[in-house]
Design a protein around this ligand. Structure first.
Ligand code: CP3
Length: 356
């Protein structure tokens, strides 16, 4: 097993001192990269890329070769679980993800299987194993899953949604059915993430992209509760001198800025925050790691604007341990790549003075 050469990201997640602030970007492997578009065209479709370990590995490594990022995230998708449950995931150009089968009643939910990660999701574990080998310890590898609530929104709505009408109707009119679905998803996610850890993932991220559309009460009962269940059952290992003996978990609820106090008690090692949050106001800094939170649209602007906004985020976070620089959400597909270069360089250079 090769030694990890850059452990800044894992150290920051454990709130340990670092020489400068580590950075990675949500959706760093994706369409803003010309080499990704080429690979994607050759593969034919997105799911073939996810399901072919060599292609998933190559897509994971592309941003790592081009930029001085401090972590790699395995190329896959949160919707692999509903696909493995038999819903038939497919992508229509320009329309986002779709399912052949959707979930609308208790009967549908009762019939859903809990996928065995060693069978129907083995391709993800194979991709992690191969990528870990190819990385050769250059940077740590992040594994991930969607939160049960976020996965349920896609399964009940049948794809992306702006209003979440169907799942909210289920929440208020058939809460027991929704709870059963969320419980099945939580159990599936536990097996899936523990298998990713076993396959070599060195950190885990839970994407709760749609937690922020809930009321504060529903957020606790229908999203946070199930993420806490997952957190309590992940095999994270033990913290020791050897930084890689522990697998830290980051929980990202987009739009969860008002609930950081509750989220910080969930058992997560780090909280991901979007750009609506003023890092100055986070009381838990230094005790729990914070990931974020540049507005991804700032990357459309010129070098000076990018640099001044990086400076603002770093100053807001201040002189604490435990900052992982990231965007507040995924990178847009039409961002000029040289702007990503400015971002990474400026985070590394400008953050040094906060760590001396
Ligand atoms: O971050 C990375 O680089 C790793 C890969 C990754 C993808 N999706 C690749 C992808 C990760 C971590 C995800 C997570 C994901 N997928 C989330 C949570 C994060 C977030 O953005 O909130 C969600 C909600 C999804 C579901 C999903 N997958 C959507 C809505 C789409 C369509 C997006 C679009 O703009 O068309 C996808 C497809 C997808 N997943 C792409 C990529 C690179 C684009 C597919 C393509 O190449 O055509």
């Amino acid at each position: 097993m090769s030694q990890l050469k850059n452990d800044r990201y894992l150290r920051a997640l454990q709130c340990l001192p670092v020489d400068y602030t580590p950075i990675w970007m949500m959706r760093q492997a994706g369409r803003y990269l010309p080499e990704y578009r080429q690979l994607r065209a050759k593969a034919g479709d997105f799911m073939t890329m996810c399901q072919t370990p060599e292609l998933a590995c190559e897509a994971t490594l592309q941003p790592i070769r081009r930029f001085d990022l401090d972590a790699a995230i395995i190329f896959s998708d949160i919707l692999t679980i509903p696909d493995a449950m038999g819903l038939g995931l497919y992508f229509e150009t320009g329309e986002g993800p779709k399912f052949k089968k959707t979930i609308s009643c208790l009967d549908d939910i009762a019939q859903l299987p809990i996928p065995d990660p060693g069978q129907s999701l083995k391709y993800v574990m194979d991709a992690i194993g191969l990528t870990k080998k190819e990385l050769g310890g250059k940077v740590p590898l992040i594994g991930f899953s969607g939160s049960p609530w976020t996965l349920a929104t896609y399964m009940v709505e049948g794809g992306s949604s702006k209003t979440f009408t169907k799942i909210k109707k289920m929440l208020y009119c058939a809460p027991k059915a929704l709870h059963l679905l969320l419980e099945k998803l939580a159990n599936s996610v536990i097996l899936y993430l523990n298998a990713q850890i076993e396959a070599g993932a060195q950190s885990i991220m839970i994407f709760d992209t749609w937690g922020g559309v809930l009321s504060h009460e529903s957020y606790r009962a229908f999203s946070l509760y199930y993420m806490e269940l997952i957190l309590s059952q992940l095999k994270r290992g033990k913290k020791s001198q050897n930084i890689t003996s522990y697998v830290p978990v980051t929980l990202f609820t987009k739009g969860g800025g008002l609930w950081l106090d509750t989220i910080s008690k969930s058992g997560a090692d780090a909280i991901g925050v979007d750009w609506t949050v003023d890092l100055n106001q986070i009381e838990q800094k230094g005790k729990i790691a914070i990931q974020g939170n540049l507005d991804p649209s700032i990357l459309y602007a010129n070098k000076e604007t990018i640099e001044s906004n990086v400076e603002s985020v770093l100053c807001e976070f201040g002189y604490h341990n435990g900052h992982v620089f990231n965007l507040g959400h995924g990178i847009h597909q039409d961002i000029p790549i040289e702007h990503v270069q400015y971002l990474v360089e400026s985070v590394h250079t400008r953050s040094k003075r906060f760590h001396s």
